[in-house]
Design a protein. Structure first.
Lengths: 185, 932
C-alpha cells in the first residue's frame, strides 16, 4: 500500500491531468470499489444493492475517512466514474480475449458473466462510441461517464463539471440519443 | 457512414433542433419538428433517426455489470502458472476461460495418444468428503454418453491437491450468444431446445440431476447442435458445495436460474431441472429473463423467484423493444407450456423433461398440448392439499429404513449364507419387499415432495427385482409376485396418471418385464383370474404410455385389449372393488381417447360417451353393493362430473345442470365426512363454480347467483385458513368477480357491494406483496370496473364515474404492455362515456365515446383477426350513435356511428358467427337509425 505522501502527490498530479498519476491511483480506488461491492453483494448492509451510485458514494466516504486528500468530493467522483468505466472496459476486453483464445469457451461462467453476455449493452461498444462522442462534444461524453458509469445524480454532475443542472440534463438527453443511435447501427 | 452529425459543428446544429422537441410527445413532436426543419428532408430524417433512440441507452449501469468488479482479476498470475503443467495424463496448453466454479484449459494427452480435451481446475478445496464423492460419482458421470451432453472423461486431484475434471472439448458459443448472434427462427430454437431437454431426460432416467442448467452451461457448436455442460458437477461438488455463488448456509446455485425449492433449501429433484429448462425456454422465446428486472439485486431476484409469478411470455415479449419472436405467436399454447415448466410448486410442473418435450413436439406438429392456462377455472383446480408435507416426511423416513433393510437382507442371501438361514431370510426379504412395494409405495405416491425418495425406491426396487428374477427358477408363485412388483415399480417410474419420477422408457421396460413374468407363471400353470386382472392392468398401462406418446392407434388397441381381459373375468372377480375401480378408470381413459378433439380419424364422441356410461354403471353397481366405500363414492363423483362437463361441452345445459347437481350432492356428502380434507372442499367449490356458467346459460339467474355465492363462501373460508397462500387469494378474487357480476346481472346490486369491496381489498393485498405487477394491477382495475357497474346499476352515476376513472388510471400505464391491457383502458373509457350518457351529460358522453371508439378502432386495425375487439367496437359505435342522438341531435354523426356498428355486425353475420345476443342489439340499432 502506498503511503499518504504518495497518494497526495498522485492526487495532485492527476488533478493536473497526469495520466500516469491516475494509473497509480487506480488500484486504491479499484480495491475500495471492489470491497464495497463485495459487501453489498454479501448482503452485509440491509437494503444495499449493487448500484453504482451507492458504490461510489460509499467508496468515497471510506477513502475520505482514511486520507484527507480525498476530501474533494467532486474530484473523487470524477475519478471513480472514470475508474468504473476503465474496470468494466478492461474486464470486457479480457472476456473477449478469453473467448477468442482458440475459438472455444468450455467453461461455466459466473452468474454475473452469464447476465452480461445475455443481450445487455456491450460495454466495449459503448466505450468506443463515447470516445467518438468526446471528439464531437467532450462535455457530453464526460456527463455520460459520470452518470452511467459513476451513477451520479444530475446535481452532482453539475457540480463536478461546473455547469448548471439544466445543461447537464440537456447534455444527457442529447448524448443519450446520439449513443443510442450509434450503438444501434 | 450513415451516422448523423460527423463534425462538432453539425452535431451542435442538429442539437439546436433536437433540444426543442426532445421533451415533447406526439403529435406535438412531429408538428414542431416539421416546422423546425423547414423542408430540409435530410435534416428531418437525421433528427427522426436520433429521436427514435432517445430511450435506448439505459439510465444507469446494471448491477450485473457492476458484479464484474468482483471478478478476481488478480488470479491471473497463479492461473498462468498452470500453463504447461501436467494434470493426470494431460498437459495444459492454453487457458480457455474462467468461471465461478473453476478455470478451464485446453489440454492434450502426454502418453502418445492423440486426444485434446478441456481440463477444468476447480476453485474448490479438496477435502476428504469431496474426494469420496469424486470416487463414488465419477464412473457414473463418465457413463453419461449422449450426443447433447459434453462428456466427462475423468476426474481427480492434481499433485498439489487441486481437484480437476477432464471434459470433452466443445468448439462453440454459449446458448445466449448463439441466440443473439445467429437469431435462429422459432422452429430452430425449439428444436435445439428439445435436444437439450432430451439430454436432461436421458440423465434423469439414470437418476442424475444437473442442478445448474442455464444458458451459460449450454454450448452450441458450429453445426448448430447444442451440448449441455457440467452434468452432475453441481452434485459432484456436493449437496452443500459451491457451483457459482455461495449463499448463507452454503447452498449452491446460480441465483438467476435457481428453482424456488433450491432457494428455500429444499431437496433438489428432476423437477428442479425442469424449472431451469423452463427459464431457459422463457429466455429463448422472449429474449428476457422470466423474473429478473433491470436493477434487481440477487436478493431481490431470489425473492422474486420464490414469491412472484412470471409474466406470460407473450406479454413480456410485447413489452420488449425488439422481441425475437412476435408476441402473438407465443400467446396461448407456448405461454402455457413455458408457465407449466416454471410453476413454483414442483408438484405442479411438468412431471418430467419428457412431458415438456412432448408438449413442445405437439406444438411443433400443430397438435393440442397438455399445458393448461391459468384461467379462473384452472386456478380453482390448483388448491392441492398442502398440509400433507409433515406426513410425507415421516413416511419417507419409514420407507428408507424398510428399503435399506430389504436390500441388505437380500444381499446377505445372495452372498450365500448357510442354506437354512438364507431361506428364512429370503422369506423375510420377500415380505419386506411386498410391504415396501405395495403398502408404502401407494401411500408415498400421494405425498408431496417425496420424489427423491421415490427415485431411490425405484433404483433399489429394480436391483432387488433383478436379483429375484435370477432366483425365481420354476417358482410360479414367485413369478406372479414379480409381475405385480414390476407393475408397481413401473407405475412409480412413469405411470402418467399417478405421481411418478418421469422415467417413461423405464416404465415401459418394467411393464414388459411384468408381462414376461406373467407369461412364465402361466406356462408353469399359474394363470388364475387374479393374474388376468394384473394382465388387464398392464395392457392399460402400456396404453397410457402409447397415448402419452401420441401413438393413438396403438393406444386404442391396447385399451381394447385391456377391456377384453376385464370382460373375460369371472363375474365375482370383476365385482371386486379393486377390480371395479381399475376397470372403470380404464373405460374413462378409453373414452377420453375416443373423444379426443383434433384427431379426426379417431374421434368418436358417441363411443366416448358410451364408454363413460359403462364406467358409471360399473361404479354405481359396486356402490350399491358397498355403499360405505369412500373410494367408490369418489369414483362415482368423477363419473357425474364428467357427465356434466360432457353435456356442457355439447351445449345441453339442462342435462349438464342435472349431472352437476348429482355430482355436487356426492362430493358434498364426501366432504362432510372428511371435514379436514381441503381437496374435497376445493372439489365442492369447483362444482359450484361450474354451475355458475351453466345456470347463467339457462337464464336461471337466481340459481347462478346462489352457486356463485356458495363457491365464494367456500373459497373465502379456505383463504381464511391459509391467508398467506397467494394462489388461493388469486382464485378468491376471480370468484368474487363472478359472484359480483351475477349479482348485478340479477338486479341485486346492493348485495354485490360488499363482495366488490372484498375483491378490491384482496387485490390490494396481492399488489402489496408484488408491487408493480401489471397483471395484479389490471385485476384490481377490473374490480373497480365492477364497482362502477354496481354503482351505475343503483343509479349512483357520480360514484360509477369515479370508479371507472379509477380503473382507467390503473390501466393507462399498462396500455403499452399488451393489447389486453389496451382493450381494458378502451373499455373503461367506454363505460365512462356510457355512464355520462345515462347521467345526462351529453357533451362528456360524446367526448368519451369518441375516444373509446378511436381506441377500439386502433386495436381492431392492429389485430384484425380478434373477433372480440370487433364485438366491443360495435357496442361502442352503437353507444356513440346514442350519444350523438341525445340532447341537441347531430343526425349525421349519429347515423355514421350507427351504420358503422351495423357494418361490424354484418361482418359477423357473413362469417356465420353472429350470436343471438348481438343480433338483438343490431335490431335495436336498426330501429334507431333514421330511414333514408
Amino acid at each position: 500500500m502506498s503511503d499518504t505522501l504518495d497518494i497526495t502527490a498522485h492526487l495532485h498530479a492527476a488533478r493536473r491531468g497526469d495520466a500516469a498519476a491516475l494509473d497509480a491511483l487506480f488500484p486504491i480506488v479499484y480495491d475500495e470499489l471492489k470491497r464495497v461491492a463485495r459487501r453489498a453483494l454479501a448482503g452485509e448492509r440491509a437494503g444495499h444493492t449493487l448500484q453504482a451510485t451507492a458504490l461510489v458514494h460509499e467508496a468515497y466516504l471510506r477513502l475520505a475517512a482514511q486520507h484527507a486528500d480525498w476530501s474533494d468530493r467532486r474530484y473523487f467522483f470524477g475519478i471513480a466514474a472514470a475508474m468504473m468505466r476503465r474496470i468494466l472496459v478492461n474486464h470486457a476486453r479480457d472476456r473477449a480475449a478469453d473467448k477468442r483464445g482458440g475459438g472455444v469457451m468450455a467453461t461455466t461462467l459466473s452468474a454475473a458473466d452469464a447476465v452480461a453476455a445475455n443481450g445487455e449493452l456491450d460495454v466495449l461498444e459503448l466505450h468506443a462510441a463515447l470516445e467518438t462522442l468526446a471528439k464531437l462534444d467532450e462535455r457530453q461524453a464526460r456527463v455520460v461517464e459520470l452518470k452511467f458509469f459513476g451513477g451520479l445524480e444530475i446535481d452532482d454532475i453539475a457540480e463536478v463539471v461546473g455547469v448548471s443542472s439544466a445543461t447537464v440534463r440537456r447534455d444527457w438527453a442529447m448524448a443519450r440519443m446520439w449513443l443510442g443511435r450509434e450503438l444501434a447501427a | 457512414m450513415s451516422g448523423p452529425a460527423q463534425t462538432p459543428e453539425a452535431w451542435a446544429a442538429l442539437q439546436r433542433i433536437l433540444a426543442e422537441v426532445v421533451h415533447l410527445s406526439e403529435p406535438a413532436l412531429s408538428a414542431r419538428l416539421t416546422e423546425l426543419c423547414g423542408g430540409d428532408a435530410a435534416l428531418h430524417a437525421q433528427a427522426l433517426g436520433l429521436l427514435a433512440h432517445r430511450d435506448a441507452l439505459p439510465e444507469r449501469l446494471s448491477p450485473a455489470r457492476i458484479a464484474a468488479l468482483l471478478d478476481e482479476r488478480d488470479i491471473g498470475e497463479t492461473d498462468d502458472a498452470w500453463l504447461g503443467r501436467r494434470v493426470g495424463a494431460f498437459a495444459l496448453d492454453a487457458r480457455l476461460g474462467r468461471g465461478g466454479s473453476g478455470t478451464v484449459y485446453r489440454a492434450r494427452r502426454t502418453d502418445g495418444f492423440e486426444q485434446v480435451v478441456a481440463v477444468k481446475l476447480l476453485h474448490h478445496r479438496a477435502d476428504a468428503a469431496l474426494l469420496r464423492r469424486f470416487e463414488r460419482e465419477r464412473s457414473i458421470l463418465a457413463g453419461l454418453a449422449h450426443p447433447h451432453i459434453a462428456r466427462l472423461f475423468d476426474a481427480g486431484t492434481a499433485t498439489d491437491g487441486t481437484p480437476y475434471l477432464v471434459l470433452e472439448l466443445v468448439d462453440g458459443v454459449t446458448w445466449d450468444v448463439w441466440l443473439t448472434q445467429r437469431t435462429p427462427d422459432l422452429r430452430t430454437r425449439l428444436q435445439r431446445f428439445i435436444a437439450v431437454c432430451e439430454a436432461v431426460e436421458y440423465a434423469h432416467r439414470r437418476l442424475l440431476v444437473h442442478r445448474d442448467i442455464k444458458p451459460a452451461n449450454i454450448l452450441v457448436d458450429a453445426t448448430g447442435q447444442p451440448r449441455l455442460l457440467d452434468f452432475g458437477i453441481a452434485a459432484l461438488l456436493g449437496g452443500e458445495g459451491e457451483t457459482t455463488l455461495t449463499r448463507e448456509g452454503g447452498r449452491a446455485m446460480t441465483p438467476a436460474y435457481a428453482a424456488p425449492e433450491q432457494i428455500r433449501g429444499e431437496p433438489v429433484t428432476t423437477a428442479t431441472d425442469v424449472y431451469a429448462l423452463g427459464l431457459v425456454l422463457y429466455e429463448t422465446l422472449t429474449g428476457r429473463h422470466a423474473l429478473r428486472e433491470p436493477g434487481d439485486s440477487d436478493l431481490a431476484l431470489m425473492r422474486a423467484i420464490t414469491e412472484r409469478d412470471a409474466l406470460r411470455p407473450s406479454l413480456r415479449a410485447a413489452a420488449a423493444d425488439a422481441p425475437p419472436i412476435p408476441p402473438q405467436t407465443l400467446r396461448g399454447d407456448l405461454d402455457n407450456i413455458v408457465l407449466a415448466a416454471i410453476e413454483k410448486d414442483p408438484q405442479r410442473r411438468y412431471g418430467s423433461a419428457r412431458a415438456l418435450i412432448d408438449d413442445l413436439e405437439a406444438w411443433l406438429a400443430g397438435r393440442p398440448v397438455s399445458a393448461r392456462p391459468h384461467t379462473p377455472w384452472y386456478l380453482l383446480r390448483k388448491f392441492a392439499g398442502r398440509n400433507r408435507l409433515a406426513v410425507a416426511v415421516a413416511a419417507v423416513a419409514a420407507i428408507g429404513v424398510l428399503a435399506a433393510g430389504a436390500i441388505a437382507l437380500w444381499q446377505a442371501h445372495a452372498a450365500g449364507q448357510a442354506r437354512a438361514l438364507a431361506e428364512r431370510r429370503f422369506a423375510q426379504v420377500r415380505g419386506f419387499a411386498g410391504t415396501v412395494l405395495f403398502d408404502y409405495q401407494e401411500g408415498i405416491q400421494k405425498l408431496a415432495g417425496s420424489l427423491p425418495m421415490q427415485q431411490r425406491l425405484v433404483r433399489d426396487s429394480l436391483g432387488f427385482l433383478e436379483g429375484l428374477r435370477a432366483e425365481a427358477g420354476d417358482d410360479r408363485g414367485l413369478w406372479a409376485d414379480l409381475a405385480a412388483a414390476y407393475l408397481k415399480t413401473g407405475d412409480l417410474q412413469g405411470n402418467p396418471y399417478l405421481s411418478n419420477v418421469g422415467d417413461f422408457a423405464g416404465a415401459a421396460g418394467s411393464y414388459a418385464r411384468a408381462l414376461e413374468a406373467l407369461d412364465r407363471a402361466a406356462a408353469l400353470g399359474d394363470a388364475g383370474p387374479s393374474r388376468q386382472f394384473v394382465r388387464a392392468e398392464l395392457y392399460a398401462r402400456q396404453a397410457h404410455l402409447a397415448y402419452q406418446d401420441t401413438k393413438l392407434e396403438p393406444a386404442r388397441a391396447l385399451y381394447e385389449k385391456s377391456l377384453a381381459q376385464y370382460a373375460a373375468l369371472p363375474s365375482d372377480v370383476r365385482d371386486d372393488i379393486e377390480v371395479t375401480l381399475e376397470h372403470a378408470d380404464t373405460l374413462d381413459f378409453y373414452g377420453d381417447l375416443l373423444g379426443r378433439e383434433g384427431q379426426a380419424s379417431l374421434l368418436d364422441a358417441e363411443g366416448a360417451h358410451a364408454s363413460y356410461e359403462r364406467a358409471r354403471a360399473l361404479r354405481a353397481a359396486a356402490l350399491a353393493r358397498s355403499p360405505d366405500e369412500p373410494r367408490l363414492a369418489y369414483a362415482m363423483y368423477k363419473s357425474e362430473l364428467r357427465e356434466g362437463e360432457y353435456q356442457a361441452g355439447r351445449n345441453d345445459m339442462r342435462r349438464a345442470q342435472a349431472a352437476l347437481l348429482v355430482a355436487l350432492h356426492t362430493i358434498e356428502g364426501l366432504s362432510a365426512k372428511n371435514p379436514d380434507d381441503a381437496s374435497m372442499r376445493r372439489e365442492v367449490a369447483l362444482v359450484y363454480a361450474r354451475l355458475v356458467g351453466v345456470q347463467d346459460a339457462l337464464d336461471d339467474l337466481d340459481a347462478s347467483v346462489a352457486s356463485a355465492l356458495k363457491a365464494l363462501g367456500i373459497m373465502e373460508a379456505m383463504l381464511a385458513q391459509a391467508p398467506d397462500d397467494d394462489s388461493i387469494r388469486q382464485g378468491v378474487t376471480a370468484t368474487q368477480g363472478w359472484a359480483a357480476r351475477q349479482l348485478i346481472k340479477a338486479g341485486r346490486a346492493a348485495e354485490a357491494a360488499p363482495v366488490i369491496q372484498r375483491q378490491i381489498e384482496a387485490n390490494e393485498v396481492r399488489l402489496r406483496a408484488a408491487p408493480g405487477n401489471p397483471e395484479i394491477e389490471y385485476s384490481l382495475s377490473l374490480a373497480y370496473r365492477r364497482l362502477g357497474e354496481q354503482r351505475a346499476a343503483g343509479g349512483d352515476y357520480a360514484g360509477a364515474l369515479a370508479a371507472h376513472r379509477r380503473a382507467l388510471a390503473l390501466q393507462q400505464p399498462l396500455v403499452a404492455q399488451s393489447a389486453e391491457f389496451a382493450l381494458g383502458a378502451a373499455l373503461s373509457t367506454f363505460h365512462i362515456g356510457s355512464v355520462a350518457l345515462a347521467a345526462g351529460d351529453v357533451a362528456a358522453a360524446r367526448r368519451e365515446l369518441d375516444a373509446a371508439v378511436a381506441a377500439l378502432d386502433a386495436l381492431v386495425t392492429a389485430s384484425p383477426d380478434a373477433a372480440s375487439y370487433r364485438e366491443y367496437q360495435a357496442d361502442a359505435l352503437a353507444r356513440q350513435g346514442d350519444a350523438w342522438s341525445a340532447g341537441r341531435k347531430d343526425a349525421a354523426r349519429a347515423d355514421a356511428a350507427y351504420r358503422r356498428a351495423l357494418d361490424a355486425w354484418d361482418v359477423f353475420e357473413r362469417a356465420g358467427v353472429l350470436s343471438p345476443h348481438s343480433a338483438g342489439k343490431r335490431d335495436a340499432v336498426r330501429a334507431r337509425l333514421v330511414p333514408r
